[in-house]
Ligand binder design. Structure first.
Ligand code: DP6
Length: 339
């Protein structure tokens, strides 16, 4: 009997990953850039033993009990396949019992796949004797990518991280741009909808090419990627903010014009975007929005402005909850187990 526990954060993409070059290897079409989120952490314990007869993954619910993750759910399928893949790579026949919990409400509509899959992959690699792979973050990030939620690969490092696109497994790895102490940037997540998203990211990546607005990503996106890296290096929110918003809007334009289309926004999404624009234009606060494949809004600002922005967002009747995040360290092993 051997237990391994790993903790990992979610991340918010400043430059989004949407669309793939190789669907079977989950290789992003373009390089994408994110920041880790201190308020959205998953902890996962894996127990491996020849006495366990069947793989199980249980996820902690809000009332504290554990619920079995079904193999038939999108997430469950990816997670059980990741176990199978790593077991095979390690040449083992052992099964595992997995338990997992999130530091943030799992019913708030916040994507937990990045934190969940990076934590699971890390704990599995160590459990199956591949600690060298876990410690080599470049290799580790590629293993995480293969779980099918490629954005999770950005969670292996702390702070500000780039996941490369490309055409082969070896090209598509993550690397750190700056660590979690480099810049006091904050992501205040304003949740406005707790529904499960109706179009999965996998379906969205597959449909992206059908949008007329998804034609020349390299020419359009590369200058934005360069500006984003420069902005992080210079800690320049005035340069970063417009890149974040432009990238969010172009991704949602592709989503809404794909066949079939995906509309993620809700009335609360627009209401928070308007709050952000009001704070920026009328109150002269450097604050910007980012929206993933869901309705909730990530409000990005510097720490010195966070309290006033958080208060303003709390006045918005369509905001259900707030999750405050600073950049934090990436995936790490810890010594306390969940069971
Ligand atoms: C919109 O295929 O990694 O969040 O499995 O839903 O996490 P999930 O998605 P994945 O695509 C991420 C899509 C995105 C943008 C991003 O994080 O880069």
């Amino acid at each position: 009997m051997q237990k391994v526990t790993v903790q990992s954060p979610a991340n918010i993409a400043f430059i989004k990953y949407w669309g793939q070059t190789k669907h079977n290897l989950f290789i992003p079409r373009n390089d994408n850039i994110s920041m880790t989120l201190s308020g959205c952490i998953t902890t996962t314990t894996v127990e491996r033993s020849p006495d366990i007869t069947k793989d199980t993954i249980e996820v902690r619910t809000k009332n504290g009990t554990y619920e079995l993750l079904s193999q038939n759910s999108t997430k469950g399928k990816k997670a059980y396949e990741q176990i199978e893949r790593i077991r095979k790579m390690a040449g083992s026949t052992d099964h595992v019992a997995v338990k997992s919990e999130n530091s943030f409400p799992s019913d708030a509509g916040i994507a937990s796949s990045a934190s969940g899959f990076s934590a699971l992959t890390g704990a599995l690699l160590i459990s199956f004797g591949k600690k060298d792979m876990f410690d080599n973050k470049k290799e580790f990030s590629k293993e995480v990518r293969l779980c099918g939620s490629a954005s999770a690969a950005r969670s292996v490092y702390g702070g500000f991280v780039e996941l490369h696109g490309g055409n082969s497994h070896d090209e598509a790895f993550a690397e750190q741009l700056a660590n979690e102490h480099y810049w006091n940037l904050v992501d205040i997540i304003a949740t406005v909808d707790d529904d499960k998203k109706k179009t999965s990211s996998s379906a969205g990546h597959a449909a992206a090419d059908s949008s007329p607005y998804y034609q020349s990503p390299v020419q359009v996106i590369q200058p934005r990627i360069d500006r984003t890296i420069q902005a992080i290096q210079d800690k320049n929110i005035k340069l970063l903010g417009p890149c974040i918003e432009e990238d969010t809007i172009s991704m949602h334009m592709v989503m809404m014009t794909s066949v079939p289309p995906a509309y993620y926004w809700q009335p609360g999404t627009l209401a928070v975007m308007q709050d952000v624009m009001h704070l920026r234009n009328d109150e002269h606060i450097e604050v910007y929005f980012s929206i993933d494949a869901g309705a909730n809004v990530h409000v990005i600002c510097e720490k010195k402005d966070a309290a006033i922005i958080e208060n303003a967002l709390k006045q918005n009747k369509l905001v259900q909850s707030i999750i405050y995040n600073e950049p934090c360290e990436g995936t790490k092993q810890i010594n306390t187990h969940l069971f």
